[in-house]
Ligand binder design. Structure first.
Ligand code: PGA
Length: 238
């Protein structure tokens, strides 16, 4: 999946949806979205929905769809009540998001915990989507000690997430350039209030290998229209 020319569109449902609405979303999205060969769609869903989504993917032949966990335990399997470890996610997901700014802010995740989660995702042979903002990117990368081979960076400027005024293209470009210097050669997904009216502009920026869509991914129709438009942009710029 993680080849040079591949581009990505990631839907981050965050803490939304129940079994019924998760199922309805996937079936609706599959009707609306025409898979593009160079674009991988990644659905980052709450843990509890992953088995259902994996089942639906197999049942409906949605081979173009990858699943991501939104988090992973910083520990291997063991006496860690409530934790979901890498071994449990094997066979369910291909990607694991680690260190989203909402987890750092609301769950007080530290640089070391995030580094431990990257280690666990890597040990389980998954691709880590390491979420970073500029303030702590350098310290976070240093805490990893070495970059895993299967890695994407999710650049989500904290001030741009879930807001009404998204980051300017100039601001985003400056951040992407800085991260590119800190993690040369690592593909980067941009996230932060990506919506149908601005997705194509972010997708067309140099250094962007994909987009992470939060709020605008909750509606299957809205996300499908972003995917369709952005897949065309990627096709034109790849
Ligand atoms: P948002 O979330 O699209 O709701 O701003 C993006 C993210 O958290 O990556």
């Amino acid at each position: 999946m993680n080849t040079d020319k591949k581009k990505y569109l990631l839907a981050n449902w965050k803490s939304h949806k129940n079994t019924k609405t998760a199922r309805a979303w996937l079936l609706r999205f599959a009707e609306l979205y025409q898979p593009a060969p160079h674009v991988g769609i990644i659905l980052a869903a709450p843990f509890v929905h992953l088995p259902l989504l994996a089942e639906l993917r197999a049942e409906h032949d949605l081979a173009w769809l990858s699943l991501a966990a939104q988090d992973i335990s910083p520990f291997p399997a063991g006496a860690y009540t409530g934790a979901v470890c890498g071994e449990m996610l094997q066979g369910l997901v291909e990607y694991v998001m680690v260190g989203h700014s909402e987890r750092r802010r609301h769950f007080h995740e530290t640089l070391q915990e995030v580094a431990n989660k990257v280690r666990e995702a890597t040990a389980a042979s998954m691709t880590t989507i390491l979420c970073l903002d500029l303030d702590y990117a350098q310290a976070q990368i240093a805490a990893l000690h070495h970059m895993p081979e299967k890695l994407l960076i999710g650049y989500g400027p904290v001030e741009a997430i879930g807001v009404t005024i998204p980051q300017s293209l100039q601001g985003a470009a400056a951040g992407i350039t800085s991260l590119g210097k800190l993690a040369p050669g690592v593909e980067l997904l941009y996230g932060g209030s990506v919506r149908p009216d601005n997705a194509a502009s972010y997708a067309a920026m140099a250094g962007v290998s994909g987009l992470m869509v939060g709020g605008a991914s909750l509606d299957a129709h809205e996300f499908a229209s972003i995917c369709t438009e952005v897949a065309a942009v990627f096709a034109a710029t790849t």
